[in-house]
Unconditional design. Structure first.
Length: 506
């Protein structure tokens, strides 16, 4: 049932109730007392029911206790916090619908994986990751890809706009953040031009991540023939930045033959035009080959969920152009899957590393298991290096990240703070032979709640490029020492504690 219908029925019910009370001859004072009685006890029953649902849910014990303590201190604060941060029934129902849609569409779109590529793998560490991702996310291995790595948004969008201008049949765009600023305007005009030329142009944007996107921007796209849909609209997106089950993906597929995936959204800050952040360091991939079909399937699954229109024609899965020789798996994860595929792969990469583990992430708020895996890797002699931004873009996550640093430093993890601008890259490289790049951060939200997509690369030339970028980033970093960090101001420690307190609720 649509939200508008539900609201209308509630209003009608209230009007009928008041009319009934008036018809029985009660005065307004009596009616107000009755309404107050109903509202008070209805809220109490709702809070008790909500607390019970949290209690029987499959949250970790510390998460359950955190929520119950908030409700115990103040039911009103607990109610507001759960509406903003918790996984309520509405969000669960949305995830279930997405799961059902994905299940139906995958049955049509899934062409089967070439499992012989598993048998050909001789490296046990790589084989373990490949098999895990194939089982948990149905991520097919492809080995005919040609991959191009971008180290910031400027280079990515220059190449993307060139490819979009050459598109002949269809363009599929999906972003967490899409803004109607300068960069968004350039993209908009290209999409309008292509739609008017007769191409199929489809756009998905996350309703919370893109809450500043203007209605005029959307309307102009629609009038030109672009099909554009928001992912999971909410009533107050400006107050709901951290709402669960957001579509955090950044995908572009052109003619089913060129794919883009990585950390770069559409906004002026991603090309260094925001004075607050300055230079924006990020990572993104452009690739051709059979791996593009996996990215196409992810977009078409999301499109089917939003529109109930399944696009399954073979035209969306054409023969690969400009094939290469690089192996990869394109992996999606989210609450519509039984397994947390990207998280599991990260964990396996970390625990399996024997030489080096290089990580770049804007946020570092791992769960206990992931945190322990990082500490164990460093204690066992693995060269564990993590690059984090020195600047903050999200206050609470920034301090939750800082809360983990002293523990990691004590166990031998090397922490570097990027100082050139803001680093938003999301990349993990293990033992110089396995790399992951995409949209997933090392935090609770990306690992188990958001809809994400990452590319996993194996013994490819692209891994050498990613390592080169990592070493170049180190030149713009300040390494943290344990002695230096232990002497940080007491106010920092208080803020870290606040960040730690709220991190389980994310």
């Amino acid at each position: 049932m649509k939200k508008q219908t539900v609201v209308l029925l509630v209003i009608i019910g209230i009007i009928l109730f008041i009319a009934m009370m008036v018809s029985f001859g009660r005065n307004w004072s009596d009616i107000w007392q009755i309404l107050r009685f109903i509202l008070r006890y209805s809220f109490a029953i709702y809070i008790i029911g909500l607390a019970f649902l949290i209690f029987i849910d499959h949250h970790p014990p510390q998460v359950t206790m955190a929520w119950l303590m908030i409700f115990l201190v103040s039911s009103y604060i607990g109610f507001i916090a759960y509406i903003l941060f918790g996984r309520n029934l509405l969000k669960r129902r949305t995830a279930r619908k997405k799961e059902q849609a994905t299940g139906r569409s995958v049955a049509v779109l899934h062409h089967g994986c070439d499992e012989s590529l598993l048998e050909e793998e001789t490296d046990e560490d790589i084989l373990k990751i490949k098999r895990l991702l194939m089982m948990s996310s149905q991520a097919c291995i492809t080995q005919d890809n040609q991959v191009e790595v971008f180290s910031d948004g400027t280079f990515k969008f220059e190449r993307l706009f060139e490819d979009l201008a050459k598109a002949k049949k269809h363009i599929h765009v999906e972003y967490f953040i899409l803004k109607s600023d300068y960069l968004g305007g350039v993209l908009q005009q290209i999409l309008i031009q292509k739609a008017k030329a007769g191409l199929e142009v489809r756009v998905i944007y996350d309703a919370v991540g893109s809450w500043r996107l203007s209605k005029a921007y959307i309307q102009e796209l629609k009038e030109a023939g672009v099909e554009i849909k928001p992912f999971y609209p909410v009533v107050l997106p400006v107050l709901s930045r951290e709402l669960n089950y957001r579509n955090h993906r950044k995908i572009v597929v052109i003619d089913g033959q060129i794919g883009y995936v990585g950390g770069v959204n559409v906004g002026d800050e991603y090309i260094g035009l925001d004075k607050r952040f300055g230079y924006w360091r990020d990572s993104h991939l452009r690739y051709t080959g059979s791996g593009v079909h996996a990215l196409q399937k992810i977009f078409l699954n999301d499109w089917y969920y939003l529109t109930k229109h399944l696009l399954s024609d073979d035209d969306y899965f054409p023969e690969a152009i400009d094939p290469g020789q690089e192996q990869m798996q394109v992996v999606e994860s989210g609450p519509d899957y039984n397994w947390e595929a990207i998280k599991q792969a990260f964990f396996t990469m970390i625990t399996g590393a024997t030489q080096s583990l290089w990580i770049t992430s804007p946020y570092l708020v791992p769960d206990e298991a992931m945190m322990m895996s990082l500490r164990n890797a460093a204690l066992s002699g693995v060269d564990v290096r993590i690059i984090l931004p020195q600047k903050a873009d999200h206050f609470m996550v920034y301090w939750a990240t800082r809360d983990n640093l002293e523990t990691l430093l004590r166990d031998g993890v090397k922490i570097y703070l990027y100082r050139k601008g803001f680093i938003h890259s999301k990349c993990i490289i293990a033992d110089h032979k396995i790399a992951s790049i995409g949209t997933a951060n090392l935090d609770n939200r990306s690992m188990g709640i958001n809809y994400e997509v990452n590319a996993f690369l194996y013994s490819n030339p692209s891994i050498a490029r990613l390592e080169s970028d990592f070493l170049q980033d180190l030149r713009h970093c300040q390494e943290l020492s344990l002695t230096q960090y232990a002497e940080r101001p007491v106010w920092n420690k208080i803020l870290e504690s606040v960040g730690r307190l709220f991190s389980p609720l994310q």
